[in-house]
Design a protein around this ligand. Structure first.
Ligand code: NAI
Length: 344
């Protein structure tokens, strides 16, 4: 039996993983705590770890895992910016779930956009108190507006399709443009200056960190709406707050936040919020914040559990690791995935 330490477990994770591991040689040790240098010893005696977006998988953790005999890090998410892929190379294989439901995230982005621009969050609170006034609830039509999609991978393209259904004009920026698309590509600067709505669907990398900053906000149309369902660090939050205060940014729909790792997924309703920036954002009437819930649909949870268990099985059986990632994937000879079926 191979044992995997499952970090940052939430009640909704367990049924799917128990279902798909039933009858296999895999057993999970579910831990509520996140993986970090202080908790890594919980993986003692395990063959691998299963981690999520806010677990810390840096060099210290990787070295410790390696010394303990751990040889697989199974991410139950698509993004892998929280893993030091260079430190794990030739030591611990990293697998992920590249696509569990692009629809879940793209639909959440649209849900937040509609909620924001039609003031549904305000109306909901009002009618619960029998306040049926419409004062201050005037929105605008999406039809005919221009949406700029930054990153046209799986999620960005589904979001673009949804926007097309609303009769919007879609423009996109991606340094690696797709060929078979119906929308028009533009430079990032052009996208910033032409878009009424800007939605981020690119991964967090050194190039995309703070892709939305004071400079890029200054290039936007007055009143532009920003949607971020990708990673918090794509946006310089202080610059965003300044942009909202000076009304360049008309509204922000955020499913992710730069400093979310110690806050999101937990209930702090009975506490004094110590993060002043987050408190400021939440207090703004034109900011809608959800706590990284874009992925959270039954369909996506099912796919996450299924693909993660399949990834682990492939590893245990010595098969090709199609969902492996390394710091050199696709960049040349160091990654041996094309030849070996594994990155190393
Ligand atoms: P993907 O890998 O299919 O697409 C990413 C796209 O971004 C690619 O087309 C790539 O060329 C492009 N890109 C790379 N560098 C860029 C740059 N500098 N500027 C603009 N575009 C760039 O990824 P997918 O599945 O569409 O996911 C996108 C992101 O969504 C993930 O990286 C992850 O951070 C986030 N995500 C958020 C979830 C949530 O619950 N809120 C759940 C799943 C993913």
């Amino acid at each position: 039996m191979a044992t995997f330490a499952f970090f940052d477990t939430k009640p909704y994770d367990i049924p799917g993983f128990e279902k798909y591991s039933k009858g296999t040689d895999i057993q999970f040790r579910f831990y509520e705590t996140k993986l970090c240098a202080d908790t890594v010893s919980l993986a003692e005696g395990c063959d691998g770890v299963v981690v999520f977006v806010n677990d810390t998988v840096d060099k210290t953790v990787i070295d410790k895992l390696y010394d303990m005999g751990v040889r697989l890090i199974a991410l139950r998410c698509a993004g892998f910016n929280n893993v030091d892929t260079a430190s794990s190379f030739e030591k611990i294989h990293i697998v992920r779930v590249p696509a569990y439901s692009p629809y879940a995230v793209a639909e959440h982005a649209m849900a937040m956009l509609l909620c924001s621009i039609r003031r549904i969050h305000k109306a909901f609170n009002r009618t619960r108190e029998f306040n049926f006034s419409l004062q201050g609830l005037c929105g605008f039509d999406l039809h005919g507006k221009t949406v700029g999609v930054v990153g046209t991978g799986k999620i960005g393209r589904v979001f673009a399709d949804i926007c097309r259904g609303f009769g919007m004009n879609v423009i996109a920026y991606d340094p690696y443009p797709a060929k078979d698309v119906w929308f028009e590509y533009a430079s990032l600067d052009e996208l910033l200056s032409r878009s009424d709505i800007i939605s981020l669907h690119c991964p967090l990398t050194a190039e995309t960190q703070h892709i939305i900053n004071a400079e890029s906000i200054a290039k936007m149309k007055k009143g532009a709406v920003i949607i971020n369902t990708s990673r918090g660090q794509l946006i310089d939050t202080d610059a965003l707050i300044d942009g909202i205060k000076n009304k360049t940014v008309g509204a922000a729909c955020l499913d992710v936040y730069e400093e979310e790792s110690d806050i999101f997924f937990e209930d702090y309703s009975g506490h004094i919020m110590q993060d002043d920036t987050l408190a400021r954002l939440v207090s703004m009437p034109n900011v809608i914040l959800t706590s990284h819930q874009g992925f959270l649909t039954t369909d996506a949870l099912e796919n996450i559990a299924k693909v993660t268990v399949e990834n682990i099985q492939c590893f245990l059986e010595g098969k090709d690791l199609q969902n492996e990632v390394c710091y050199h994937c696709g960049k040349g000879e160091i990654c041996r995935k094309n030849r070996l079926g594994k990155c190393f």
